[in-house]
Design a protein around this ligand. Sequence first.
Ligand SMILES: [Fe+2]
Length: 256
Amino acid sequence: MAPLEIYQFPCLSDNYGVLIHDAGAGVTASIDAPEAGKVKAALAEMGWRLTHILTTHHHADHTGGNAALKAETGCTIIGPRGEAAKIPGIDTEVGDGDEFAFGSHRVRVLETPGHTAGQVNYFIPSAKVAFCGDTLFAIGCGRVIEGTPRTMWSSLQKLMALPADTAVYCGHEYTQANAAFALTVEPENAALQKRAKEVDALRAAGKPTLPTSIGLELQTNPFLRPHVPAIQKRLGMEGRPEWEIFAEIRERKNKF
Ligand SMILES: [Fe+2]
């Protein structure tokens, strides 16, 4: 099995594009397609030919390049069944638990509704990598736009159950602002304090803070930590259900 090669690059104002490539099989997928031009430039830089787009959700900053890239390359667009009507050019609809081949790798589909009603994330166990769209961000999570906080919490729990050493690619570079908010929820978290400093240094140097990992998020992401007594105490919600505590943290972030 050829190792999965991964190339991340900035798009639009704060999105990331990601290409994945299996050299043995000669296949290349774009994880979402924020803008066709940047995806094409990345393909040219790597010398890869686009064969697939794996769409996480329907928002225009994730699908804006679909039509142009498909017209130019004839690539196959795989995307969420739950919002297929909103995904330009979709060929193959996938839902929770589905698996499909990408070269010699197997891609597992996790449905993670909340940010959008049908959002899917893609997990590739053989490469220990997950593409989480706008569900999970570094030290944050997506806004709950089309679902309820309880739905979003269930979606995040699916990601929390992945192996700790899973690399996580996300749709946006929001980490620095997320860290500033996280420190208001859990200021005593030493791992978070350390990471916030690392994030500041990376951004000052113009470098990405992604990918992250499931293990690092479990340690530092307040949205994944509603069980932590110090957080429950700070919010005045000791012993409340985790999804309610998650909802309160999400609400505070919306106002931050
Ligand atoms: Fe989005």
